[in-house]
Design a protein around this ligand. Structure first.
Ligand code: GH3
Ligand code: MG
Ligand code: MG
Ligand code: MG
Length: 356
């Protein structure tokens, strides 16, 4: 029973715009919405790739053998080739470089690596190998950002041990950075719809208003609440309700511009920040969203299902408030007015006084 509604709610909601659709608010063709979590963790069994830069064929041969036992090894006979390989092989996880070579020296390769535009290249661990134990070379290498410095003759076991340590450390740093990014994303994302959450919406609105105040440009806030959504849950089940929320989120995202922030700020309540958009522009978008949702061919049990939304809009520059909290309160009062006046409507004017 609820199954039919679930499949149809997200899968068959093909949405058309009404009237003029010649601007950024045009709705793109519907695409399937997946609830599957994305797994972007590295699940590779291939050995880590390292780059060995050395002009001496003897040393190259000597080091290649032990390194190839554990690593996928790329080699370059001079710094110029090494730099080209770094651009085309993002799988490289560590660099070992000689200093004295024709063309770019090891010091120059290191400087290029550490000042690269690419974070991946910039943060590569680099082990410098030198022909003689020269303390100036060693100091310069470390000043330029080398992670380690080894002098010839090189003991293969020692090199392997150092490579292992630096590679492991680099991987740990990457993993920490990835989990920091994931946590930061979690803190601002609604897990069901992948839209921004209430907290991120509030931050974005505050930031947008600060820019508007400084640049003397308008900014609108829109609060959107599904009408009688409880009935969807009651009739078709909570999971069908969830699918509807996901479909609505996708639709709102596609109808807004890249600079707008679309958020889910409550159970069946959404919000959009519209930087640079005045009242008229916000009303055009709100009406377009309202009619698009009203016409969207949701189906449950093979029967057409009509959904509607009520929308409250407040605009900095047309409306009196110049703080985000007051603007949000105003948008909320207008949303309440839209509900009271019969739902499925946009309220963007009036009601500017706070209730006593
Ligand atoms: P109104 O037109 O006045 O807004 O009526 P409504 O039924 O939409 O509003 P009401 O506040 O009475 O009910 C909101 C419903 O939204 C109740 C709640 O179960 C449902 N809801 C909230 N969060 C979720 C969610 O994450 N998933 C689902 N499926 N339902 C949710
Ligand atoms: Mg050399
Ligand atoms: Mg509601
Ligand atoms: Mg509500």
């Amino acid at each position: 029973m609820a199954k039919a509604a679930r499949g149809n709610a997200a899968g068959r909601c093909t949405v058309k715009t009404s009237g003029d659709s010649s601007n950024a608010y045009e709705v793109a063709p519907d695409t399937p919405i997946s609830l599957e979590a994305q797994d972007d963790s590295k699940t590779t069994d291939t050995p880590p790739c390292i780059l060995l830069v050395e002009d001496s064929p003897t040393t190259l041969r000597l080091l290649s053998k032990p390194l190839s036992e554990r690593y996928s090894l790329l080699t370059a006979r001079n710094g110029t080739v090494a730099w080209e390989l770094l651009q085309t092989h993002p799988e490289i996880e560590l660099v070992i470089t000689d200093i004295i070579m024709p063309g770019l020296s090891g010091h120059e390769v290191l400087i290029k690596i550490r000042s690269s535009d690419s974070l991946q290249i910039r943060s590569l661990p680099v082990i410098v190998i030198a022909g003689v134990a020269d303390s100036d070379d060693r100091d310069l290498a470390f000043r330029n950002g080398a992670n380690d410095f080894i002098t010839k003759p090189i003991d293969a076991a020692e090199l392997q041990a150092r490579v292992r340590v630096h590679h492991k450390l680099a991987r740990t740093i990457h993993e920490l950075e990835a989990s920091r990014r994931a946590l930061a994303e979690q803190a601002t994302t609604d897990p069901l719809t992948r839209l921004k959450n209430r907290r991120a919406f509030y931050q974005e609105s505050k930031h947008g208003l600060a820019l508007s105040l400084r640049n003397n440009t308008p900014m609108s806030l829109m609060l959107l609440d599904l009408d009688h959504f409880k009935e969807i849950n009651d009739t078709y089940g909570h999971q069908a309700g969830d699918k509807v929320l996901i479909a609505i989120a996708g639709l709102l995202k596609r109808m807004s511009r890249a600079v707008d922030t679309v958020a889910r700020v409550g159970g069946e309540e959404f919000a959009i920040v519209l930087p640079g958009t005045g009242r008229d522009g916000a009303i055009v978008l709100a009406e377009r969203i309202r009619t698009t949702i009203e016409k969207a061919p949701f189906q449950a049990h093979g029967e057409p299902l009509t959904l509607t939304m009520s929308i409250g809009v407040a605009t900095y520059d047309t409306d009196p408030p110049d703080t985000i909290d007051e603007l949000l309160k105003l948008a909320d009062r207008r949303l309440y007015t839209a509900k009271k006046e019969g739902r499925n409507r946009v309220c963007a004017t009036g009601d500017t006084a706070s209730p006593a």
